[in-house]
Design a protein around this ligand. Structure first.
Ligand code: DAV
Length: 366
């Protein structure tokens, strides 16, 4: 029996990781939590159903290539078992026409030390997504006597969990920004809701983004569940669609974070970093003006990198500005083509989930 699961941050040496798969991915029908995210002028409005096979194959080729590169560097890589996502989800509380994908494992699985938590996600179409990871989690449970396998309280996702009419076609970008500034999001405080990708782990501290996919009740749950850790709510008023922290605020090594210049961390929230001599650097501008077709995420997936250790980072190969900045920041950069996977839920960080990194729970903000 060996120790399989251990990870306290996103930068200590990576030894074991899950890389997503795009098989059977669908564009989900609109639902209260997602309609908010599809911009009004997007050709994706109103569309749903299986994604074109050719795009699935291209994404899988890049995911397989990422897995190969990691394996060659000595990282153990596991892959989920996708379900047939083109099936409705029916519970006593809701019904929706299809599921989505299991591609961005970072949204579903949160590793804190020797524990992996299946997140309490707010999208109805993602209700069963954790099932794709169950064979792996079961295997870790059998192999590692210290592995804690957890699930956050399952949300019901009834109509009470969302603000209806929150979404309105006529709402302008300015109004969206006012909503973000006022912390007025589509979810209510009816139940605990969070995506794992809203949680940035830095040892003893968890920085959790309050936004469209994570509510206040989730913060309260984390505080009670982990009394030995410090939980900080963070928010980025510049983001009209605040979903996930990993294209906004990305640690590269102890003491260094890159921050999306369009979504700066507010002054009051910067204090804890500055007091502890952490440097917050504005991330380089994305190389692309638009995300690829049928993509939910913004061009800022440019900064959604996968850090392998304090000196090594994988960056998307066409993101020339980000590559150059990483180099200047003293990182060895491994460029990997990954844009074909973006539409399936995100970049290099999104598409992976930590199983094992060396290192322990350090206090970076004493
Ligand atoms: O900028 O659209 C994407 C993050 C996906 N995990 C964005 C956030």
């Amino acid at each position: 029996m060996t120790k399989i699961v251990n990870s306290w941050n996103d930068f200590d040496p990576l030894k074991h990781v899950i890389v997503g798969r795009a098989d059977h991915s669908c564009v989900p029908p609109e639902e209260p939590a997602t309609s908010e995210k599809v911009p009004i002028d997007s050709p994706m409005r109103g569309m749903w159903g299986p994604r074109p096979l050719e795009t699935v194959e291209k994404a899988n080729a890049q995911l397989d290539n990422l897995a190969r590169i990691l394996t060659e560097r000595g990282v153990r890589v596991d892959r989920p078992e996708p379900l047939q996502w083109n099936q409705p989800v029916i519970t006593p509380d809701f019904r929706t026409g299809s599921m989505m994908t299991c591609m961005p494992p970072r949204d579903t699985l949160l590793t804190i030390g020797n524990e992996i938590i299946e997140a309490a996600m707010s999208f109805r179409c993602r209700y069963w997504e954790y099932l794709a990871f169950r064979p792996l989690l079961s295997q870790y449970f059998n192999e590692d006597p210290e592995f804690l396998w957890s699930q956050a309280p399952r949300p019901r996702l009834s109509d009470k969990s969302y603000k209806h009419n929150y979404y309105d076609e006529k709402i302008s970008l300015e109004e969206r920004l006012v909503r973000t500034a006022n912390k007025d999001f589509v979810t209510t405080e009816e139940e605990i809701l969070f995506d794992a990708a809203d949680v940035m782990r830095l040892g003893k501290d968890l920085f959790i983004q309050h936004g469209l996919t994570t509510n206040r009740k989730a913060m309260e749950w984390f505080k009670r569940r982990y009394p030995e850790l410090r939980v900080h709510a963070v928010n980025f008023p510049g983001d009209p669609y605040p979903i996930h922290i990993d294209a906004t605020f990305v640690p590269l090594r102890p003491g260094l974070i890159i921050n999306n210049p369009h979504r700066p961390l507010p002054k009051a929230q910067r204090e804890i970093f500055e007091k502890n001599d952490w440097q917050i650097v504005e991330a380089a501008m994305p190389a692309h003006k638009e995300p690829p077709p049928l993509c939910y995420s913004s061009v800022w997936l440019s900064m959604n990198c996968l850090v392998l250790d304090h000196k090594t980072v994988i960056v998307e190969a066409s993101e020339v500005n980000q590559l150059e900045q990483m180099d200047k920041l003293g990182m060895n950069v491994i460029p990997v083509h990954f844009r074909d996977a973006y539409a399936f839920g995100g970049g290099l960080h999104c598409s992976t989930a930590d199983v094992y990194r060396e290192g322990s729970c350090l206090d970076y903000f004493p």
